[in-house]
Structures are given as structure tokens and as C-alpha cells.
Design a protein around this ligand. Structure first.
Ligand code: SF4
Ligand code: SF4
Length: 370
């Protein structure tokens, strides 16, 4: 068990998959004592901002040969890969600040020969490491060395045209081979599926295939206009309003039909506000759904070690500005505000020039029409 004391009580991690927020009373029952932190009344304490991130995304390289058209980092074959000691020191600092999860990204992390050792280093500091890979360069030997990871997420946007439509080349077979190697090595793996206009309708087929290949989780990701995706093609690649409207029902159907777990990324949360499911913040919170946590529970370290509010935020993004939800209508009075926090600032900034409200949210669109 690993715990971090907070004004409200404590965050407690009981295993790789479970992180819970406990009240002061609950934390006391585990023998924790908040001392000074628990001196103020709970109401005053609950108004305080998160003191440190729970999850930190660490770019372990900006090198990648895949050349995906929508790469959020604009990774290239001649990118940087910091030495092990430098990254180990960054992981030490992340652990010292009290984060629980560290997500390795890139570039293509598999290009590092010491990836497994970096994960083991994170483990030794009490962090839970996960990593995202395209699967390019996976071998049986590499898969076996990824055992220290709690989960390896393989980018898998669908089969054939669905994959190619997102990335500009058909890498589905490479991803499937990587999954088979991870399965054989006994390393837990999931898939990351980017939702675009072209890949959305293939989602049931994509998830069925990932399920059959042994993925234990599918994380659905919104297409974000960062890096090479921050171009004019963004507008014709993003989900259509009609697809956004259907999204909640599709997720509900797929979560019933599949044995793998379904997760939605932070940026998809506002897109759940349309349709006919009538979700509220309490329901979403109960299922551990978090919206925009940029600069709050989430932080990113780019390949130079510089901190950003989230991995998609531009260099020099102001953490204070990024962590506040917009105070404009309709977000100001929205029933999902506590969870959604005004939607994705990366999208809002690209489309409108402001950090919110999220212009692709169905409620924001309806407000604009009204
Ligand atoms: S109106 Fe604002 S807070 Fe509500 S769901 Fe949309 S983006 Fe999120
Ligand atoms: S700006 Fe917020 S919602 Fe968008 S990717 Fe970053 S953390 Fe997620």
C-alpha cells in the first residue's frame, strides 16, 4: 500500500489498478495521521487545489520512425533519447512529489534498449509504470523485458482502412503481432484506439478484435490537434457532430458486449454530454471518469524534462491558466462541470484560440445555436 496525505484525507493505492480517495476518518482507520494538514475544517480543506499530480506522463524519447500523420509530438527518426541516468533522476523527482502512476510515452519508447530497466526503476521508487507503443520493433525478447510494467498499451486504431485512416499507414498487423508477443510473455496489455471520423464506425469490429487478441482494456482517445495533427486536416478528421451524438450509446453497447474494460480519455468526457443517456457528474465520478485534469492531477514532462500541464499542451503553456475550467456559459452552470472541467483545452485552443469552453461539446454547440 502507498498513501499520500491530503487536506481531505488521503489518496491510497492498494495495488496496480486501485487508487482511492479516503476521507480523514477512512485514512485514520488505516493508521494514517494528517497532522497539520487535517487541522482546518473539511469544507475549507476541500476547496484547496491538488497539491501535486497523481499521474505524470514522461516522454522517454522523441525518436520514432513510424511517421504517423497525426503524431501529437511531431516525433521523427532523428529525435532525442535522454540517457538512462537523466530519466531515472526525473522519475526520482516524480516519486518524491507523491505521484502514483507514471505513463511512459514518446516518440516510440520501444526504441530504447533500457525501457524495462526504466520501468523497474520507477517500480523501485513506488511508482506504477505503464507505457504506450505502436508495437514497431517488438520482439519476444523485448516483450519479456517489459514485465515490470503494470500494463503496455498498444496503439490499435482498427483493422485495415480504420488504422490507416488515423495514422497514414496500415500498422494493424504490427500492433497485432506485438499483442501476441506480449500475451506469450505474460505481460498485461491493452489497446489505445483513437476515434476519428474514419475509425469511429469500425469501433465495434476493432474492440471485438482486440478482445479476441487478449487485450484486457481498451482506452478510447479523442483525436487532438497537437503536433502534426494541429493542421487544417484536423477539422475533417475529428468526429462529426452526428458521431458525437451517438458516442454514449455506442460506448454503453460495447461495454456490455465485450469482456475487456472500456476507458475513455480525459478529452472524450465532454462528448458524453449529448445523446440521451443524461449522465451527471456524480455518476461519472463513481466510475472514476476524469475530464480535463491538465495541471491538476495530471502533469507531463517533455523529452527535455520541462513540465507541461498535459502531454498535448504546447511548450510554455501556463499551468495556472490550463488548470482552471472556463467560467463562460454553458460550462459555468453545466451539471458535468465538476468532472468535465470545460472540456479539452487543446481542442478549444486550436479551434477557437481560447482555452474553453470546448467547441465540440454537444452542450456548447447547442448553447451557440441558441
Ligand atoms: S458544457 Fe462545458 S462543462 Fe459541460 S460538458 Fe460541455 S464542455 Fe463540459
Ligand atoms: S487539455 Fe485536458 S482534456 Fe485535453 S488532453 Fe490535456 S488533460 Fe486531456
Amino acid at each position: 500500500m502507498r498513501a499520500r496525505l491530503e487536506p481531505f484525507g488521503a489518496w491510497v493505492r492498494t495495488n496496480d489498478a486501485t487508487l482511492v480517495a479516503l476521507s480523514r476518518a477512512g485514512a485514520k482507520r488505516l493508521g494514517l495521521d494528517g497532522g497539520e494538514l487535517w487541522r482546518d475544517p473539511i469544507e475549507a480543506a476541500s476547496a484547496t487545489r491538488p497539491r501535486a499530480p497523481l499521474e505524470v506522463h514522461v516522454a522517454v524519447t522523441s525518436r520514432c520512425a513510424a511517421g504517423c500523420t497525426g503524431c501529437y509530438l511531431d516525433a521523427r527518426p532523428d529525435g532525442d533519447s535522454p540517457p538512462f541516468d537523466e530519466l531515472a533522476a526525473r522519475l526520482d523527482a516524480v516519486a518524491a512529489r507523491g505521484a502514483f502512476t507514471v505513463a511512459f510515452g514518446g516518440g516510440e519508447p520501444l526504441g530504447r534498449a533500457d525501457l524495462g530497466e526504466l520501468a523497474a526503476h520507477a517500480r523501485a521508487r513506488g511508482l506504477v509504470p505503464v507505457v504506450t507503443t505502436s508495437g514497431l520493433g517488438m520482439t519476444a525478447e523485448k516483450a519479456a523485458r517489459l514485465a515490470p510494467f503494470a500494463q503496455v498499451n498498444v496503439s490499435y486504431d482498427g483493422v485495415g482502412a480504420a488504422y490507416e485512416g488515423v495514422r497514414g499507414f496500415d500498422g494493424a498487423a504490427v500492433a497485432e503481432r506485438a499483442m501476441a508477443l506480449l500475451q506469450a510473455a505474460g505481460v498485461p496489455f491493452g489497446v489505445n484506439v483513437v476515434l476519428t471520423r474514419g475509425s469511429f464506425d469500425a469501433l465495434p469490429e476493432t474492440l471485438a478484435r482486440a478482445d479476441a487478441l487478449g487485450a484486457r482494456e481498451a482506452q478510447l482517445l479523442r483525436y487532438k490537434p497537437a503536433g502534426r495533427a494541429a493542421s487544417l486536416t484536423y477539422l475533417e478528421t475529428r468526429l462529426t457532430p452526428e458521431q458525437v451524438e451517438r458516442l454514449p450509446r455506442v460506448l454503453e453497447e460495447q461495454s456490455r458486449a465485450r469482456s475487456l474494460s472500456l476507458r475513455v480519455d480525459c478529452a472524450l468526457v465532454p462528448l458524453l454530454s449529448g445523446g440521451d443517456l443524461d449522465l451527471d457528474a456524480e455518476q461519472l465520478g463513481r466510475f472514476g471518469v476524469f475530464g480535463c485534469e491538465a495541471g491538476r492531477h495530471l502533469e507531463a514532462l517533455d523529452v527535455t524534462g520541462a513540465a507541461r500541464p498535459c502531454s498535448f499542451a504546447p511548450e510554455g503553456a501556463d499551468r495556472g491558466a490550463w488548470r482552471e475550467p472556463p467560467s463562460d456559459a454553458p460550462c459555468a452552470t453545466c451539471s458535468l462541470r465538476a468532472v468535465c472541467r470545460g472540456g479539452c483545452k487543446v481542442v478549444a485552443r486550436h479551434v477557437t484560440g481560447d482555452l474553453g469552453p470546448d467547441p465540440e461539446c454537444p452542450r456548447v454547440r447547442a448553447h451557440a445555436r441558441a
